[in-house]
Design a protein around this ligand. Structure first.
Ligand SMILES: *[C@@H]1O[C@H](CO)[C@@H](O)[C@H](O)[C@H]1NC(C)=O
Ligand SMILES: *[C@@H]1O[C@H](CO)[C@@H](O)[C@H](O)[C@H]1NC(C)=O
Ligand SMILES: *[C@@H]1O[C@H](CO)[C@@H](O)[C@H](O)[C@H]1NC(C)=O
Ligand SMILES: *[C@@H]1O[C@H](CO)[C@@H](O)[C@H](O)[C@H]1NC(C)=O
Ligand SMILES: *[C@@H]1O[C@H](CO)[C@@H](O)[C@H](O)[C@H]1NC(C)=O
Ligand SMILES: *[C@@H]1O[C@H](CO)[C@@H](O)[C@H](O)[C@H]1NC(C)=O
Ligand SMILES: *[C@@H]1O[C@H](CO)[C@@H](O)[C@H](O)[C@H]1NC(C)=O
Ligand SMILES: *[C@@H]1O[C@H](CO)[C@@H](O)[C@H](O)[C@H]1NC(C)=O
Ligand SMILES: *[C@@H]1O[C@H](CO)[C@@H](O)[C@H](O)[C@H]1NC(C)=O
Length: 613
């Protein structure tokens, strides 16, 4: 157990605050862990503005902004020390919960700039209006749409103002050397696993320099902090996201054959993998064998600054002693990218039972396996056979561990492992396709992938009109659950099935791609936006909902996944042109006249569409 300290900043609203600045003092309150903040003096000078302290607490207590993320994205006009001195002068030792709202607003206007003001838009230098790969999409409506999505890269391209290099401590933004594509909406900075699908799209757009820049930015984080943070802000310095950097380099290399870049970047890739080995591995004994596996597990155990209000509110009914673990499990779920989902809840229903750090996730481990596989391949490509062989061996051993821990012979699939019950979670989540997507099973064992396919059919995973939902557990109100479908999950499911040798699976891959693409297209026609998630049930596609913030438009990985699918199926995928009126005609059966008119309109509509093509 770490030394016991007062709950201090942890329990801000419970008024056990030790000092106005949330400074923890030594006191012993059994069972309460020492606070581990999301950033501190070891990695940034502005920690007392963005990761801890009275301003963060007062702003959230008074709910000055609807979105908790607004405040922590605001640059300060003076240095952190000068800002804190000004705070001390204005508010003295007033506890954050007693700060006067009018005076706080005045203070923010005086000492802070608006969120996002440190970033400017850019036009990527390798952007051209009609990239050949997009022009090869045969369906005219989809081609036109793909060109629009390709155009959106110019709106999502962000560059950090050069001034920030002079005073990096005045910004929560982490400086990166190159321009990048942001997800969009409230996500103005780079995000880690989003970048993989953004890159899939950039490759279809033939924007290889931008792809390289995205990779270099992430590698710069590895060099500076030893890992890739969840996103480009100081408040993400305690957590990562699914390890997709090595896969990004793989995609780039497959598209460009650029060996010089490989040689340059490989040391950073190894360093990143070291982080997962040193900081996120877990050794367990199963069936008498010791195996090392990986989990999402951050050290921070305080409210996440970008979701401060939500973390405090959701912890209200939790005892003081258990709050640190609750917040650690929430932040660890955020590291998984699945924030939040019944996948991480002990009861598979409610957030209050979240226990991410007691779960060994099958998808993360399948991704690590893929990382080994890719490194084996990339080292071979540059002729370093020793390193290549090293990763081959690691993968062979690891694949055995995966089967031991995650594979369920009765169900025919890989599932998350629960360290408390020593059982797998056999509920359906599309994360089970990741072993197929990453090819992390014996290639000769086609039977395993077919059984997984059968399992997915049996649970009805393919029975929804808009794609695969994130779970089939209803009413959790979490964004990574029913009825929301997400691009990365649908894309991995499609790719996992498509790469199989089984014709039925390939056929399902195509049908799923068709549904996903068409759903996204219909919503785009209606709203003129691409969204971070979609409601995949029902006949009228619409943006997703639920979770702790409003659904965001933009949207990097959604656009990337669509461009990749349109490219993969470029000569086959067609927009379904049955005019929706036809359905209404059936509904009008009792009224013969209305039905006749309706059918006439449908036929004319269809004829017009055919002529247009
Ligand atoms: C905050 O949300 C409320 C209710 O949804 C809305 O009326 C208000 O305009 C929002 N304020 C800001 C600053 O966005
Ligand atoms: C602000 O006041 C606190 C104590 O109330 C003190 O610890 C801190 O050093 C002060 N900060 C500055 C920059 O004056
Ligand atoms: C807050 O401060 C303003 C300006 O100093 C003052 O007019 C107001 O009465 C204060 N409100 C409260 C509740 O103290
Ligand atoms: C891409 O990068 C290369 C190498 O840095 C550079 O020579 C080239 O001009 C860039 N191309 C574009 C279109 O920006
Ligand atoms: C990883 O763990 C080591 C201690 O084992 C620690 O020194 C290091 O700071 C950790 N790295 C990160 C990025 O958390
Ligand atoms: C597994 O690890 C435990 C604890 O480190 C050790 O005591 C045991 O001998 C190991 N078992 C095997 C089979 O290596
Ligand atoms: C091969 O890669 C390993 C691991 O990065 C490195 O230590 C070694 O020096 C490389 N060997 C050669 C011949 O470049
Ligand atoms: C495998 O699945 C079966 C059937 O759902 C279940 O009874 C069993 O507990 C699972 N195995 C493990 C190790 O969880
Ligand atoms: C899914 O659809 C298939 C084919 O329509 C049907 O046979 C099956 O019963 C459905 N499964 C579920 C769980 O709804």
């Amino acid at each position: 157990m770490p030394p016991l300290l007062a709950a201090a900043a942890l329990v801000f609203f419970a008024s056990t605050l030790v000092g106005p600045l949330g400074a923890a003092t030594t006191a012993s309150e059994p069972g309460v862990e020492q606070a581990v903040h999301v950033c501190d003096a070891s990695n940034t000078k502005n920690w007392q503005i963005y990761c801890n302290g009275p301003i963060l607490e007062a702003v959230n207590h008074l709910a000055i902004f609807n979105d908790s993320k607004s405040y922590v994205d605001m640059p300060i006009r003076l240095s952190p020390d000068e800002t804190m001195a000004a705070w001390n002068k204005t508010f003295g030792a007033t506890p954050p919960q007693n700060v006067n709202e009018t005076e706080l607003r005045t203070f923010l206007d005086e000492y802070f700039s608006p969120p996002g003001s440190e970033l400017v838009n850019c036009t990527p230098s390798d952007w051209v209006p009609h990239p050949p790969k997009i022009m090869q999409i045969t369906d005219p409506a989809y081609r036109e749409w793909a060109l629009k999505l390709h155009g959106i890269w110019r709106h999502l391209c962000k560059q950090i103002r050069p001034e920030i290099a002079q005073h990096p401590d005045r910004y929560s933004l982490l400086d990166v050397p190159h321009e990048f594509i942001a997800p969009g909406g409230r996500f103005r900075e780079f995000y880690y696993w989003d970048a993989y699908w953004i890159i899939k799209g950039l490759i279809v757009s033939e924007m290889y320099n931008t792809t390289q820049n995205m990779i270099r930015n992430l590698a710069s984080m590895v060099e500076r902090f030893g890992f890739v943070p969840n996103g480009g802000r100081v408040y993400y310095l305690q957590r990562s996201q699914p390890p997709m950097l090595i896969p990004m380099v793989y995609e780039y290399y497959e598209a460009t054959n650029d060996k010089d870049f490989l040689r340059e970047i490989l040391p950073s890739l190894e360093k990143e993998l070291d982080f997962w080995h040193k900081n996120r591995s877990y050794t367990m004994t199963i069936k008498g064998t010791n195996v090392t596996v990986f989990q999402y597990r951050t050290n921070s155990n305080v409210p996440r600054p970008e979701s401060f209000k939500e973390d405090v509110r959701t912890a209200q009914t939790i005892s003081e002693a258990k709050k640190p673990t609750f917040w650690k499990d929430k932040a660890s779920a955020a590291e998984s990218g699945w924030d939040f989902s019944t996948r991480w809840f002990a009861d598979h229903k409610t957030l209050y039972t979240i226990h991410t750090t007691r779960i060994i996730p099958s998808d993360l481990n399948a991704l690590i396996c893929w990382n080994y596989d890719i490194l084996e391949y990339l080292y071979e490509q540059i002729g370093n056979m020793t390193a290549s062989e090293h990763y081959r061996e690691k993968r062979v051993i690891f694949r055995k561990a995966l089967n031991l821990v995650f594979y369920n012979k009765t169900m025919g699939a890989w599932f998350d492992y629960n360290l408390d019950t020593n059982e797998q979670n056999t509920e359906f989540y599309p994360s089970i396709v990741v072993p197929l997507f990453t090819g992390c099973y014996h290639a000769l064992n086609q039977g395993k992938s077919e059984r997984l396919f059968e399992y997915m059919q049996d649970v009805g995973a393919f029975n929804f009109s808009g794609g695969i939902p994130s779970s089939i557990i209803k009413d959790s109100e979490e964004q990574w659950d029913f009825p929301n479908g997400w691009s990365p999950l649908n894309h991995m499911a499609i790719e996992g099935l498509r790469k199989s040798e089984n014709a039925q699976m390939q056929d399902q891959a195509y049908r799923l791609a068709k549904k996903w693409v068409e759903g996204n297209y219909r919503v785009f026609q209606k709203t003129n936006h691409m969204w971070e998630k979609y409601d995949v049930i029902g006949t009228i596609p619409r943006p997703g909902k639920g979770g702790e913030y409003d659904v965001q438009d933009g949207f990097g990985w959604t656009n990337g996944a669509i461009l990749d699918l349109l490219n993969t199926y470029n000569d086959r995928i067609k927009l379904q042109r049955t005019v929706p009126v036809t359905k209404a005609c059936v509904a009008a059966v009792p009224n013969v006249l209305v039905m006749a008119a309706c059918l006439l309109i449908s036929v004319m509509g269809a004829l017009m569409l055919t002529q247009k093509n």
